[in-house]
Write a protein of this length. Structure first.
Length: 467
């Protein structure tokens, strides 16, 4: 007992010699550490509670000059203000100096039934890679109705309204007015001047058939369209259909596998991943630290180590096959995941067709194959080492056969793109997306294959067509 008393007196003499500011700082650090331990799953409740009790006992040994609560509150308030001021300054500097973030995190919002749909009023950027690793950015602005387009009111008398569904090809990795829907709208105005034809850009980057069905039901049908045109990109729409269920094709790299599993956790409203996504979409500093410094999953995983965040299973990692992911649907021998992705896509297309038929809306679609399948010179370079493994345009033929069986009107655009000239004219050199010139070709083909037949089918066979 005497030893304990001597130890207590020794501590008191040491604390009396120390400056009050150091004592308060040490004590505050000990309190914070104990609270963190109390909340962390790896530390037993009993050990944390015992340490907290010990700190309370130490409080009684502190000299009176370092115990006032007002002093603690004032110092904490000052430190908090200085810290916030520094963080705000860094955030402003980063937004000014570093290129803006881009990708679907800016304009996606989770949807439990349809995986994701557009976020009304969202702002973001689409990026395409240019020579020497430079990224060229195009602003994305979504209306309050959830489209990369202007606001649309009730349909005017005599107006023909066309809704274009698709992924980033329809949304456009170009300026808004150079996208396929907006170019189609201008072509209609120029060549059918007696008609008022509005074209709605309902494209969403990284979307697949599941998300496009959601966009039609949640956003598109509310605009009362007369014609719905679906763009199907065979390069990743089967993958996107699988991703909506948390699965992926065998050639998908590990970062894509992680993105799919991460989004499933956001969709399931796991708070650690929901908070992480919201912070990455809003704060440049957090996004940089999370994605480039400590790892994109580090913070949500750390949060889930605390008791008030429900834990989740670790991510599954599969070694990807050494093939180009966008050419998986062109494989001669399909494996089960490809067939499953096709089955999901076909069901979604059938639902879109049926929803449109119920409202007496015309529905048709077209397939857009990836760039290597468009041009002979690219196909020979990319496929030469394993030509026997691939069948060029296989996925397009499968989708065309499906449309024939289901009685869905369809047309192709790849012949028009291939005939338009060199690949460099239609596509970005280091990116698989269409340039504005390529979009012009596609818009012209849609006008000939979809708009003109629709106008004539509606009894306007004598419509004056301007060449």
């Amino acid at each position: 007992m005497e030893r304990l008393v001597d130890l207590r007196n020794s501590i008191r003499r040491l604390l009396h010699r120390l400056d009050g500011g150091y004592v308060r700082l040490l004590y505050a650090g000990a309190i914070v550490t104990t609270l963190v331990m109390l909340l962390h799953r790896s530390v037993p409740w009993l050990a944390s509670a015992a340490l907290l009790l010990a700190l309370v006992c130490v409080w009684s040994t502190l000299p009176a000059r370092v115990r006032p609560v007002r002093v603690y509150a004032g110092e904490v308030a000052t430190m908090t203000f200085v810290l916030l001021l520094c963080l705000v300054s860094v955030e402003i500097a980063l937004r000014w100096l570093i290129p803006p973030g881009w990708g679907p995190i800016r304009y996606w919002q989770p949807d439990r039934e349809y995986n994701a749909i557009t976020k009304p009023g969202a702002r973001g950027y689409a990026g395409v890679y240019a020579p020497r690793g430079v990224v060229e950015y195009f602003p994305l602005a979504f209306s309050s109705q959830g489209f990369r387009d202007r606001e649309f009111g009730p349909k005017a008398d005599g107006e023909i309204r066309v809704l274009m569904l698709g992924d980033s090809f329809t949304m456009g990795h170009v300026e808004s007015e150079d996208s396929i829907p907006k170019q189609l709208e201008r072509i209609c105005a120029a060549r059918l001047p007696e008609f008022r034809i509005s074209v709605v850009n309902a494209g969403m980057g990284n979307a697949g058939p599941v998300e496009e069905l959601g966009l039609l039901r949640r956003r598109g049908l509310a605009l009362d369209p007369d014609l719905v045109i679906l763009q199907f990109f065979t390069g990743n729409d089967l993958q996107n259909a699988l991703a909506a269920e948390g699965r992926w094709l065998r050639a998908e790299p590990e970062d894509v596998q992680a993105d799919i599993q991460r989004w499933q956790r956001v969709k399931a409203a796991e708070m650690a991943f929901v908070w992480d996504r919201e912070l990455r979409s809003r704060l440049a500093m957090y996004d940089i630290v999370a994605t480039r410094v400590i790892g994109i999953d580090a913070i949500p995983r750390w949060l889930q180590s605390f008791r008030f965040f429900p834990p989740s299973s670790p991510f599954v990692r599969m070694t990807p096959a050494h093939r180009k992911p966008t050419l998986e649907p062109a494989l001669v021998e399909w494996y089960p995941e490809l067939a499953q992705g096709l089955s999901i896509a076909e069901r979604c297309i059938q639902d879109m067709r049926n929803d449109c038929a119920t409202r007496k809306v015309e529905f048709l679609m077209y397939c857009l194959p990836p760039k290597p399948e468009m041009f002979d010179e690219v196909w020979q370079v990319d496929i030469a080492p394993s030509a026997e493994v691939y069948e060029r345009l296989k996925a397009c033929r499968i989708l065309d056969a499906f449309c024939e069986r289901e009685g869905i009107r369809h047309f192709s655009v790849h012949e028009a793109i291939s005939a338009a000239g060199s690949m460099e004219k239609s596509y970005y050199r280091f990116d698989g997306h269409l340039r504005a010139e390529g979009n012009t070709v596609v818009a012209g083909r849609i006008f000939e294959a979809a708009i003109l037949p629709f106008v004539r089918q509606r009894g306007h066979s004598t419509a004056r067509l301007v060449r």
